[in-house]
Design a protein around this ligand. Sequence first.
Ligand code: V1P
Ligand code: CA
Ligand code: ZN
Length: 396
Amino acid sequence: QQHADGGGKKRVCYYYDPRISYVDYGEKHEMVPHRVAMTHGLVKSYGLLDLMDRLRVAPATKEDLLLAHSEDYLNLLRDLTPAAYDNDEATRKRAAEHRLGSVPDEGGSGCLISDNPVIEDLWDYCLRYAGGSLAAARALASGRYEIAINWSGGMHHACEDKASGFCYVNDIVVAIKALLVGRFERVLYVDIDAHHGDGVENAFLKESRVMTVSFHQYDGKKFFPRTGDVKDVGATEAMYRTLNVPLDPGTGDVRYHKLFQPIMERVMDVFRPDAVVLQCGADSLAGDRIAGLGLSVRGHGKCVRFLCGYDLPLLLLGGGGYTINHVASCWCYETAVAIGKEIPDDIPHHEYDKYYQSQGYKLHYHEADRSNGKAQTKHMAEVKQRVMEHLDQLSD
Ligand code: V1P
Ligand code: CA
Ligand code: ZN
C-alpha cells in the first residue's frame, strides 16, 4: 500500500564524481558523460545540494566488480588502453571477443562503429561509476538514508564478460547484490530507460529474491537490444519474477502511465520487495536523439514519485539519455522529487545555463507529440493484460 504521507521529507544521499564527466566516448558517439556535470550544475543552482548528503567514497575495486563480472573480463578492462588497442592486433582481437572496440556494422553499411569504444581511463571510469552505485546501495543498507542517488550509474546492458550498449560494467547488478547481502530479503528492479534492461534481467533470471521489470520501446525487433518481448518471463526457478513491458514508439505520458501504475501496484502487492532500485534512463523522454518514446519531464518524474510513495529504501540510478539538456532537466527534477521539494520552472543562472536556451530556460520543456494515436490502444491493452496474467501466476 502506498503510504499516506507520500510527500513527507526523506533522508537522501547523492553521489557525484566530477572525474566521470570528463570521460569522452569519442566525437561522434551519442553517450556524453558531461550530462552528469550539467545535472549537478542544475541541482546545485536550485539549492538542492544543501538538502541532501553528498557521498564521498573511494572508487570500487576489482573485487567489488567480481560480484557481476568474470575475472578475465575485468583484467582486460583494467589493462586495455587506446594505445595498446591501436598498435596491437592481438589486443584488438581479445577486445572484440568481449565486444570492446570497433566492430563492422551488422547492417552491412561497411563502416566501423563502436558502441563500446576503448577510451582513455576506461578502468578508472568503470570503478568510479560502479563505486557510486555500490556506495549508494550500502548507504541504504546502513539504514541511514531512505533514498540514494547516482546519476552516473544505471549501465544496464553490461554482461558478465561483455560490454554492450555503451555499458562496460554493470553497476546495477553490483548494487543489487550488495543490497541482498546488506539486509534486504527481496529487491525490486524497475527500468524506465527506453531500452530493455537485458544485462540486469539476465543476471537475475534464476534469482527468486530479485524481480526485474523493464518498460521499453519495442518495435518488431529493430530497436536495440532487440530483446524484452512480453512473453519473456524468466527461468523455471524464478518464473514470472522477470517482467517485460514493450511499448510502441511514440508512447507518451498518458499511455505510459496507463500501464506503469497498475502494473507497479500489482508488482508491489505480489512481490512485496524490501528495497527498490529504479533505473531512470532519460532516453524515454520526448525528443531524445536515439529513442522514440514521448515522456515529459513530469511524466518521467511521476514514475519516481510513484515509487517514492511506497516508503521503501529506494536507489535512483541514471542510464541512457542523449538530448543532454533534457536529461539534466529530468534528473534535476527527480532529485527534487526525491527530496520532496518543489522547484520553479525557470532555470536559475549558472555555469551551464546556455544549454537550456532551446527550451526557453524552462525545466519543463515542450516537444511536439509524436504519438500515432489510436493504432496503439489495442496493442497496449493486450500488453497490459499479458503482463497482469504473468503477475497472477506469481500471486498463486
Ligand atoms: O544499434 C546498435 C548496434 C550496434 N550493432 C552491433 C547494434 N547500438 C545502439 C546502442 C544503444 C545503446 C543504448 C544504451 C542505453 O540503454 C543505456 C546507457 O541507453 C546504438 C545506437 C542506436 N541509435 O540505437 N549505438 C549508436 N546508436 C551509436 C551512435 C553513434 C556512435 C556509436 C554508437
Ligand atoms: Ca527499460
Ligand atoms: Zn537507453
